[in-house]
Design a protein around this ligand. Structure first.
Ligand SMILES: [Zn+2]
Length: 171
């Protein structure tokens, strides 16, 4: 989504020669960048922890994830989202992969989503405490092997879960 009006003065935004939105009244440059999000991979006995979504993707599942808040450290965001959605306290053990939730590989496919541009940082995590229970926008949580996978809400999650299988991190 591209904005039409300047957040500073309300003037009309126009695209300049560098494809940047610039205010025609005050000259403000509106830098529009993808947001940052985090996803936390927790594996137990060859199964990956998934949560079932409420709301727009109701009944579909995904790896616990969420947006990084303004001013928030990505590692803190990962711990916060995990606690909110699954009740678990975690420690990040490593960075697993980074994906664009739009972008070149998905052009022309149903996975291409220019309306929701976010860079997702995927972490491998280990449980350090808490108690497994669904929370926030998740109404059920559970561990799944690849062949038991329920309907996955987001294609990029399918891609990463498939990568976990190929690298034998899950079975
Ligand atoms: Zn302006």
């Amino acid at each position: 989504m591209r904005y039409s009006y300047c957040p500073k003065c309300g003037g009309a935004l126009r695209l300049n020669e560098n494809e940047r939105l610039v205010c025609s009244a005050c000259g403000f440059v509106f830098y529009q960048n993808p947001s940052a999000s985090v996803a936390m991979i927790l594996i137990r006995n060859g199964k990956v922890l998934l949560g079932r979504k409420r709301g727009r993707y109701s009944g579909q599942w995904c790896v616990p994830c969420g947006y990084v808040e303004w001013g928030e450290d990505v590692y803190e965001a990962a711990k916060r989202e995990m606690l909110e959605e699954t009740g678990l306290r975690i420690e990040i053990t490593s960075l697993y992969t980074v994906t664009s939730l739009y972008g070149e590989p998905y052009l022309g496919t149903e996975w291409y989503n220019p309306e929701q541009q976010s860079v997702m940082i995927w972490f491998l995590a280990k449980e350090t405490g808490g108690e497994l229970r669904a929370g926030d926008d998740i109404d059920q949580v559970g561990y799944f092997s690849y062949e038991e996978l329920p309907r996955i809400a987001f294609p990029v999650h399918e891609i990463v879960i498939r990568k976990l299988l190929e690298e034998q991190l899950i079975s």
